[in-house]
Design a protein around this ligand. Sequence first.
Ligand SMILES: [Zn+2]
Length: 355
Amino acid sequence: MDGVIHTRRAGDFHGVFRSFCIGFGAALLCAACGCRIPAAASGCSVDDVTRGPGLAPGRTISFGGGRAAGGRDAGPCDAWHYLERQVSLGPRNPGSPGHRKVREFIESELGRYADKVQVHPFDAVYDGATYAMANITALFRSARGGERPFILLGAHFDTRPRAERDPIPARRLTPILGANDGGSGVAVLLEIAAVLARRRPPVPVMLAFFDGEDCGTSADSMFLGSRRFAGEVDTSDVRCMILLDMVGDADLDICVEGNSQSSSPGLVDLVWTAAERLGHTDVFHRTVRYHILDDHVPFIERGIPSVDIIDFDYPYWHTTLDTLDKCSPESLRIVRDVVIEAVFSVSSSDTEHLP
Ligand SMILES: [Zn+2]
């Protein structure tokens, strides 16, 4: 485990990950959040992940950024409202009433803001059953009217069907509310949609709400939506990918995720520089802390520069305690502002495709 957790405050999580790995008898990877952590204690090492195919540096892209870009002026933030609304729908695991309702809610909100909203339905199997799932995308044209290539901003909207890490054993088959794990990324993306409707970005932006990130306990039942989307997208249409996952923790500390750093150092620098310009060095730390497999990995594997913005120091992860009171409006606002600042610091280009 020490090979995975590189820096400060590691103590609590050593025990957490080790017990989790042993609990599942994991031979290779710990299941997490749809995120998977390589676990030395269960026979694998960080190198299994960081040297895997596709996790080498992706194509080099020029962001032309570095200048102040207006993230500080993004306006009032409604992300908390979006989070409350999601949690009010109950658990949002595939097959549940909340899953259907949150999908309708996301589509409805995007319809107010985006130039194009698309639903990409698919069926997926996990735990021996077939579930109807769908990714939802929303395109925002650039100030020049371009539609491609776009910056892809992603988050998963499904929530975990079981609270396998709950401190109370009787609750470990209960679906979670997923205020932070599932709700927070969607809340920030919907709020970003509202900002982009008010201010055209310098380059096109596509928001992607992924389904089926958090279903399973093995690689073939995780990242179902993102893997499907990454497999179908024309990679020349995607400048880069920024993923938001577990960004609502009231005690927010976002370290650099290791696979993002090894594959996409230029994009990591763009985002962390944006955070520094906004004065959020107390939240965004330049240190690599975890190597996490999450919805960004399918894009890295296709050579698209990708970064996972995630705070994995969250004691309520995959428990019934992942509720609104563990999150804060301020955390959502900080992440929104940093992502807006990063997006608006990317230079437009003459290669943009007009509709
Ligand atoms: Zn999760």
